[in-house]
Design a protein around this ligand. Structure first.
Ligand SMILES: C[S@@+](CC[C@H](N)C(=O)[O-])C[C@H]1O[C@@H](n2cnc3c(N)ncnc32)[C@H](O)[C@@H]1O
Length: 443
């Protein structure tokens, strides 16, 4: 089994850093945080596409610079698990929280070492049996397709998948479902999901699944799910080889970042990136394309979607009081669109609860790194980085600094630009991200 990756020049410099956590945090924020042209596909990082993933070097920098081996690193909105994978690779305990079912599956699989030969054997067997079922038992599969889903989910599948793709996906799903070992089964579900939700297309009729509202393209050439599964299985097995067997483990917890299921003062570092304001990336919109095959009804997924931070609904939301400068931004949006302003106030209220929870669970004298992009609402810059910094101060953090990093949009799946107008100043800012360094003072 191969040992730690690859390309660690940062680490040596980081290890030479001097001073306490606060000083080291300020020093790290002044480093080049762009990480363009860096290798990002090592270990299990590329098991599955995920929008707005961290470049792995970003959490790694702060993990190695601000914690010791054996300490606990939390990402309360863990997404695809980049922070937790890097924590494990660096010999720390990784804790990830998210409410998205696909993010949880992804993060668990990415951090679970498995016996390569067992996974390979089972994966090939699944593929072989599914191929045989398509060849010999097509009628049964069609029957299963008619009866396995409620009517709304069935309509969704009919709309987005060609009949031939449905048959092959059903055959694969049935075989994966029968795999006895839960971690191997999860690994294979993730392979399955990666052929449906793919950056460059996937086996559904959707185009732009990861970037924008997907649209159906009936002229999209048929791609056989069976053939894609076999290819993707090989690719993910290569990543599996690099998940290091270490004493440290990951805890991946289904939960809400606004109510963390963790004790106070129990983690040594937080590295996280919350969703953008106003749901600029709608995670569930893409994730339901594979989750329906795993047995989630469309109605349950739509219900879940309401819980995501940055959603558009404003009924039954608990709004928090905000610092004056944050309320000023909300008021600027309200001048143009009162409803949008409420949506923004909802986002800052949710983020206040998250920041307050992060403060509670972090040990005093330790840091929380929050990476955000800003948004444009009715032409007003939401100034997310400044507003979150102010809210963070209100809940007790000190702000050690806010660094800017330029996004490599070709590599990171980001929300697509709307409209055709030339890039405005605000749009320029959409190509940047902000790294807020919070510090929890000693008591
Ligand atoms: C920008 S992504 C994180 C990406 C991550 N840094 C990575 O490298 O993959 C934001 C995540 O926040 C999660 N999220 C949204 N609302 C949440 C909530 N209330 N509690 C926990 N996680 C939430 C989303 O499901 C999504 O996975």
């Amino acid at each position: 089994m191969s040992q730690l990756p690859l390309e660690l020049p940062l680490t040596e410099n980081v290890l030479a850093l001097e001073g306490g956590c606060r000083e080291r945090l300020s020093t790290l924020l002044a480093w080049d945080l762009d990480f363009h042209d860096r290798v990002s596909g090592y270990a299990s990082h590329n098991f599955h596409p995920f929008p707005a993933k961290f470049p792995p070097q970003l959490p790694r920098l702060f993990i190695t610079g601000l914690t010791q081996p054996g300490e606990r690193v939390l990402d309360p909105m863990v997404g695809s698990g980049t922070t937790v994978v890097e924590a494990l690779l660096a010999g720390r305990w990784g804790i990830g929280v998210d409410l998205d079912p696909l993010a949880l599956l992804l993060c668990r699989v990415k951090t679970t070492p498995l016996a390569l030969d067992e996974v390979e054997r089972t994966g090939i067997e699944v593929w072989r049996r599914a191929s045989r079922a398509v060849e010999k038992g097509r009628r049964d599969l069609e029957e299963e397709l008619r009866h396995s889903f409620d009517s709304r989910t069935r309509d969704f599948i009919e709309y987005w998948f060609l009949p031939e793709a449905q048959v092959e996906l059903m055959a694969l799903a049935q075989e994966i479902d029968q795999v006895k070992s839960p971690p191997v089964r999860s690994f294979l579900w993730l392979v399955f999901s990666a052929i449906v939700i793919a950056k460059s297309g996937g086996v559904s009729l959707a185009r732009d699944l990861a970037h924008t509202r997907p649209h159906r393209d009936l002229s999209k050439p048929f791609r056989s799910p069976l053939a894609e599964f076999k290819k993707r299985l090989r690719q993910n097995l290569r990543g599996l080889v690099e998940i290091v067997q270490k004493e440290q483990q990951a805890s991946v917890i289904g939960g809400d970042a606004q109510r963390l299921p963790l004790a106070e003062n129990s983690v040594d570092l937080i590295v996280t990136s919350p969703p953008y304001a106003a749901n600029a990336i709608d995670y569930m919109r893409a994730h339901k394309f594979s989750l329906v095959w795993m047995g989630y009804p469309i109605s349950a997924l739509s219900e879940k979607r309401r819980e995501y931070i940055g959603g558009e609904a404003i009924a039954h939301v608990s709004f928090e009081p905000m610092p004056a400068d944050v309320m000023q931004v909300v008021a600027d949006v309200a001048e143009r669109d009162a409803r949008k302003a409420r949506v923004l106030h909802r986002y800052y209220s949710e983020m206040r609860r998250c920041l307050s929870e992060m403060y509670r669970v972090l040990r005093p004298g330790r840091a929380a790194i929050v990476v955000v992009g800003t948004s444009s609402m009715r032409g007003v810059d939401t100034r997310t980085q400044d507003c979150l910094a102010r809210i963070g101060e209100e809940v007790g953090f000190e702000v050690a600094g806010i660094a800017v990093r330029r996004l490599d949009r070709d590599r990171r799946m980001m929300p697509a630009r709307r409209g055709r107008t030339p890039a405005s100043q605000i749009e320029q800012r959409m190509h940047e991200e902000y790294v807020i360094g919070f510090y929890k003072p000693e008591a």
